[in-house]
Design a protein around this ligand. Structure first.
Ligand code: HEC
Ligand code: HEC
Length: 394
């Protein structure tokens, strides 16, 4: 077997004997990613595994490319730094430089092996100890007890997954109130699509704004086209499958899998939220604080793991959607914050005009300006985008 042989060879040269332990740990974890809906969910299309695309990958093999990017984002987040903390500094401009070996990449590989060994030996193979467990946003994990954290103001993270269930929060009532707050189920049923113009700002535009188009169709289709100065970047969820194709990406066409795909589904559903409740069979409720305001939070699980959280403000409006992706190194969050709800003229349904997507490797804000309710949208808008010509190829 060619792939197996390459793996053994690479392990022998790079990481020595502990490699087998790591490989076992990763297999277990990537099986989890599969159960989460990955390859199986992309209609007839074979999703390439990371090792088919990125040739220097030794350990993190057997996972789809989008899951691999979540892992890289987790590495950056755990270090409290960006990709070039480990990768060559010219990787920011020349994407082929991600393949350049650096001392920190070697160090990070040792850390993956160490982490898997700890989890295997002491936590039954569950990814309980992660890069973030030790690093927590710093390249030098803290070792000394801290009086500041012991006696100082406690910090409440609303994204925590193990919040206390509050039995006074009835998830059905929360969803009903939400639909009421945006205009009521009847009006919502009469809104079947919208198209919008607006702006995008993100890390990749240095926070300056560029134009976008957004197309949304009930029950769950969405396409966003971002007109970057280097070319158009298209993000599609067609109701079942999701893709990203843009010159700023590392691949001409990125197919979404697992938690990423499900996040795209939830994002599209949230445009016409009558079906959001049914996205998961069961929700539990709690309360937390978001931006100094009390919010209600609902959580749903997949295979016993909490993976989705929805946050509603005191007016009943959805203000945050959080979806975790299961990767071999951690559960990795993606969050969408909704703000600036405005009523669409003629239909009386409120739609969030500001949407901020936060990932471990990216943050971007969509600001809608001109929203046309019940616009007729060509079905081709939701088709798989053509692979993009990458910036580095030009
Ligand atoms: C903590 C160190 C670290 C950080 C930060 C990091 N990476 Fe990596 N990266 C690695 C390691 C280690 C590998 C090799 C993994 C393996 O061998 O399994 C790798 C491999 C890669 C590869 C494959 C290169 C090739 O062509 O074979 C790409 C692409 C990549 N990283 C992208 C990124 C991006 C994008 C970011 C920022 C979001 C990032 N990395 C942040 C450690 C890091
Ligand atoms: C059990 C705790 C622990 C875990 C888990 C862990 N690390 Fe570390 N890591 C450390 C310690 C301790 C150091 C040494 C820091 C220092 O020099 O003070 C370190 C150092 C590093 C360095 C070198 C930093 C530098 O300043 O050059 C990198 C890169 C790194 N870790 C990446 C990772 C990645 C990626 C993961 C997850 C796969 C990970 N670590 C998981 C404890 C951990």
């Amino acid at each position: 077997m060619k792939v197996g042989a390459r793996r053994v060879f690479a392990c022998a040269t790079a990481i020595t004997v502990v490699c087998l332990v790591a490989a076992a740990g990763l297999r277990a974890a990537s099986a989890g990613a599969g159960q989460d809906g990955s390859a199986a969910r992309s209609a007839g299309e074979r999703v390439p595994m990371v090792e088919e695309v990125f040739k220097t990958v030794v350990l993190l093999r057997g996972i789809p490319v989008d899951t691999f990017f979540e892992v890289m984002g987790t590495f950056a987040s755990s270090m409290g730094n960006d990709c070039t903390f480990c990768h060559a500094s010219n990787a920011a401009l020349d994407k082929s430089a991600f393949a350049t070996l650096t001392p920190r990449i070697q160090r990070a590989r040792q850390m993956i092996v160490m982490m898997n060994a700890i989890n295997k030996q002491y936590f039954n193979g569950a990814p309980r100890v992660t890069c973030f467990t030790c690093h927590g946003g710093s390249n030098r994990p803290k070792a000394d007890p801290s009086f500041m954290s012991q006696y100082g103001e406690p910090v409440l993270d609303p994204d925590e997954r193990d919040f206390l269930t509050d039995p006074s929060v009835n998830p059905n009532q929360v969803f009903d109130r939400y639909l009421q707050a945006i205009g009521g189920a009847d009006r919502l049923a009469r809104l079947t699509s919208y198209s919008a113009k607006g702006t995008y700002s993100g890390f990749d535009t240095d926070r300056s704004t560029v134009p976008i188009e957004l197309y949304a169709k009930a029950p769950a289709q969405q396409t966003v086209v971002v007109h970057l100065t280097i070319g158009a970047s298209t993000r599609v969820f067609d109701g079942q499958n999701g893709w990203v194709a843009g010159p700023e990406q590392l691949l001409p066409l990125l197919t979404l899998t697992g938690g990423n795909l499900d996040r795209a589904r939830l994002e599209a559903l949230a445009n016409f939220p009558a079906g959001l409740r049914q996205a998961y069979p069961q929700w539990r409720g709690g309360r937390t604080v978001l931006d100094d305001k009390d919010v209600t939070v609902l959580q749903a699980t997949s295979n016993g793991d909490p993976v989705v959280q929805l946050y509603f403000d005191s007016n009943g409006l959805l203000v945050r959607l959080l979806r975790f992706t299961i990767t071999p190194v951690a559960f990795v969050p993606t969050q969408i914050d909704y703000a600036d709800y405005r009523e669409l003229p003629g239909v009386g349904v409120k739609v969030p005009f500001t949407r901020t997507l936060t990932q471990t490797y990216m943050q971007m804000t969509l600001q809608l300006t001109d929203v046309q309710p019940n616009a007729s949208i060509d079905a081709a808008r939701f088709a798989r985008p053509a692979p993009a010509k990458l910036q580095s190829e030009k």
